[in-house]
Design a protein around this ligand. Sequence first.
Ligand SMILES: Cc1ncc(COP(=O)(O)O)c(C=O)c1O
Length: 418
Amino acid sequence: MRNATWFAPHPPYAAKGIGCFVEDLDGRQLLDCANNFFSLIHGHAFAPVVEAIRAAAGDGTAFGLPTEKEIALAELIRGRSPRCEQVRFCTSGTEAVMFAIKGARALTGRRALAKFEGAYHGSYDWVEVSLAPEPAAWDDESGNPASIGGSKGVPKHVLQDTVVLPWNDPDRCAAILDKQGSRLAALIIDPVPSRAGMVPVSKKTVEVIHAASEKHGFLIISDEVISFRLSYAGAHPLFGLQPDLITLGKIIGGGLPIGAVAGSARTMSVFDHTQGKPGVALGGTFSANPLAMAAGFSAMTALDEAAIARLNQLGSDLRSEINLSFIEKRIPAQVTGSGSLFRLHLTAKPIADYRSSRCGTPDALRQVHAAALEQGVLLTPNCSGAISTPMEQAHIDDLSTAITRAVADTFAVRGWDQ
Ligand SMILES: Cc1ncc(COP(=O)(O)O)c(C=O)c1O
């Protein structure tokens, strides 16, 4: 069982998925907002994707040769953002992030990486740094965010080579980048970091990143493994971000395992193996797997501008409905998010970054998660979620009611001390 799918006393086991519902082994249908951690933008068993997988499987599931299916999906992605001139596939978002960082190192000849405190980018050692630091360890001796290992036993040099930035604090970011910029290979940013509060990046922060990258020559990696869904062209254009590399995953695989690195032909040439030894060899037995390519092509074809606009409107309506009902009922809680993504916080105080998003105890969020399950709603264990295309306004209303009730029930049991 995956780390993220277990919760006490035990999770329900999935039997099957039907549109925006998942049915457990007891036959209970849950409105699914977890969508396998934001990867199923059309919900479960979306007919065109099922058909594409069936057809692809009939032709063979994996080859030691390239297929036209990877060209089709790469061209589809390239058609969405001019920043995705070339695309290379792998099998997970973690791999995509790893390859992008290795590419940046090969291009710059530097080792260090900058990332934002609390931001999740998968399980490569460097990006796990300061993913979930405890308050006692937040600051280093100079008062900047400390580099704290994500796993036990992480080598010291990983911490020394990972610079941690405070989210949406442009002045402090500028000061840190001024000191550290010349040793950075790259700065990685998720424009709407789900684990760091799900608060979109500010314009000023983007300006600081661009200026520092220009001055010090490090690459900008926009990690859109989740946030690519926010617009037809991904998250970077929404926030004026001009990344050198973009990492993708989740929805571009239509529900099958996938990751991708995209960028300009010049930057992506670091992975080019056709002219001798590449700067970075980008491979993997199941990279660009034809089933994932076919499923992704089908899912992304159905995700046109109108579908994204509709999802974003439903997401905005949901956040407004829930926040309004918290205010009306005087419940000290709120939802943040962007487009079709949302995240619950058990405080009425403003959520600005990872630190302010640590309000309340994880225990209280676990209780809300369990209470939402009781109401027939599946959220991620940290109470975030996403809208999928099978959802209608009635589902949004049900969700809003269920989440508000789950929070109210939790506070009623715990007291109003968050
Ligand atoms: C922003 C971001 N980057 C990378 C990853 C890692 O992707 P995967 O779980 O496919 O390895 C995730 C996963 O949630 C993510 O949210």
